[in-house]
Design a protein around this ligand. Structure first.
Ligand code: HEM
Length: 474
């Protein structure tokens, strides 16, 4: 069994890993262009990665986890044994809570999220912006905003403003990626030694401990109340993932550490992914202000009867968000899987047991045969593609074989509907209440890509000011 080996003839694994670390878009893009409809392989320090052609997306997305496991690939990528993430292999609770509780209850959560977002803006945004142009680092501002807003849904009012919880939730992710990026510079056999010298590794353990300390007594009280059939106090009746988690946990999952860790994983899955989206959207809107009035008018058109359903009717905003994610996706690889048994694809490619496979998501979404003039930012691109027959097909949360930011098919991100709601809510708040501009002589801050992951600089500065008349509908 062989794959086209991209660049392997002159690259040692170490050199290949350095190329991938610093230029994943180029490495994968060149392989994608060169091999087109054939699978190819490249080396990363921790794995030999097989990249399947775009024609295999549909088939790969339908393979069940007993054949191609996405959670194992995620755990592998995020270095489970060194970041504590290996516990996601023991239960699907982190997935069930999103699919069975968070998503079906979005309507119920919407007014709570709107309320928290409004309070967070008041608490966090600089007072100077209310009086004129003020220079800010937008990244940390939006990070705190997203952590607060999403915490209202994840842990309820009891903890959503608790600095111990918020600091843990935010810093856990940052340290996790530090650990991953540093460890990937070393061969796997050195990881158990190198990690001991890394502060991010030790801090990572501390966040899990802190989650248990902060949430533990509350979780225990709810578990006891449920077991003893006691009347639930007010906090226990609020809609929050924390309350629902305790309800749906079964067997070994009904354990303080497991439940508190699951909450930490929700923060990992949600906060930075949503922050980076919002940051990109505000940067893209500032770089392309011609879209601003159209988006504000779309919101204004629904303002008189604003309700939870209004978010689903903002098609221009959906399109803009999709275009922003196409050009700045969370990762340049998609549908990452570890094969649990040998499998032969319809095109005859044999994927051996244990192989790490994926598709070139960024290259597909920037392929001129699929997206004309892919380098051009076209905020209404997906709106124009809609033929009106399926109004949900072009929403931000919709996936497709050519729209891979959330994966595709049954295994696609279960949190994408929540993410879409929270991102829309905060973008609406930001653009109807504030104006933004780049610093004089500066353009849109660049994204950083390290390995397959997209990051943004937390130190980039931008100017903002409150609009004279704010028009936020909630
Ligand atoms: C813009 C924001 C987000 C992006 C771009 C994103 C992207 C992704 C992607 C690409 C996957 C892998 C899908 C696959 O198997 O191919 C995934 C999985 C997942 N996401 Fe998201 N996500 C986002 C927000 C969220 C949020 C807010 C939550 C929670 C509320 C969440 C929860 C999850 C979970 C539980 C999984 C499955 C993990 C597993 O396989 O065990 N995501 N996400």
């Amino acid at each position: 069994m062989s794959f086209a080996s991209y660049g392997l003839s002159f690259h040692s694994r170490y050199a290949a890993n350095v190329s991938f670390t610093t230029n994943a878009v180029g490495v994968i893009g060149n392989g994608y262009d060169k091999f087109q409809e054939k699978a190819f392989q490249f080396l990363r320090s921790d794995a030999d990665i097989i990249v399947l052609p775009s024609s295999a997306v549909q088939e790969l997305s339908t393979l069940p986890p007993n054949i191609a496991d996405g959670t194992k690939a995620l755990e592998h990528d995020l270095m489970g044994p060194y970041t504590g993430l290996n516990f996601i292999l023991q239960s699907r609770l982190h997935h069930r809570i999103v699919q069975r509780k968070l998503t079906p209850n979005l309507g119920l959560l919407t007014p709570h999220l709107e309320d928290e977002l409004g309070k967070a803006v008041e608490d966090l945004f600089p007072d100077g912006a209310n009086h004129g142009w003020t220079e800010v680092e937008l990244y940390p501002l939006l990070l705190s905003l997203t952590a607060r807003t999403s915490a209202r849904a994840f842990v309820g009012t009891t903890f959503c403003r608790d600095s111990r919880w918020l600091n843990s939730a935010v810093n856990f992710v940052e340290d996790l990626f530090r650990t991953v990026i540093i460890l990937r510079a070393f061969p796997s056999w050195l990881h158990p030694v190198v990690c001991v010298f890394m502060p991010s590794y030790w801090r990572g353990k501390g966040y899990f401990r802190s989650a248990r300390q902060v949430l533990g007594p509350y979780i225990q009280e709810r578990l006891d109340a449920l077991d003893q059939g006691k009347e639930l106090r007010e906090a226990f009746l609020q809609p929050s993932a924390l309350n629902w988690l305790v309800d749906i946990a079964e067997g070994d999952e009904r354990n303080l550490a497991r439940l508190a860790h699951t909450e930490t994983v929700l923060s990992l899955a949600g906060i930075h992914t949503m922050l980076l989206r919002q940051l990109s959207i505000i940067y893209d809107l500032t770089a392309h202000p011609e879209y601003l009035e159209g988006l504000r008018t779309e919101v204004a058109d629904h303002s008189a009867h604003w309700n939870k359903a209004s978010y689903g009717q903002l098609r221009k905003l959906d399109s803009f968000m999709r275009e922003s994610q196409r050009l700045a996706p969370p990762t340049v690889l998609g549908l990452k899987r570890i094969m649990q048994q040998p499998y032969t694809l319809q095109d005859g490619t044999l994927l051996p047991k244990g192989a790490y496979v994926c598709v070139a998501a960024y290259a597909i979404e920037n392929d001129p045969r699929i997206y004309p003039e892919p380098e051009k930012f076209d905020g209404l691109r997906s709106l124009m593609q809609g033929d009106g027959t399926d109004s949900n097909k072009h929403t931000f949360a919709a996936t497709d074989t050519k729209v891979l930011g959330f994966g595709h098919g049954k295994t696609a991100c279960p949190g994408r509907f929540f993410a879409s709601l929270v991102i829309k809510m905060s973008v609406i708040k930001l653009i109807t209440e504030y104006e933004f501009e780049f610093l004089p002589g500066k353009g849109r801050p660049k994204n950083w890509i390290a390995h397959e992951f997209l990051f943004a600089s937390p130190w980039d500065r931008i100017r903002m000011r409150k609009r004279e008349v704010g028009t936020c509908p909630f």
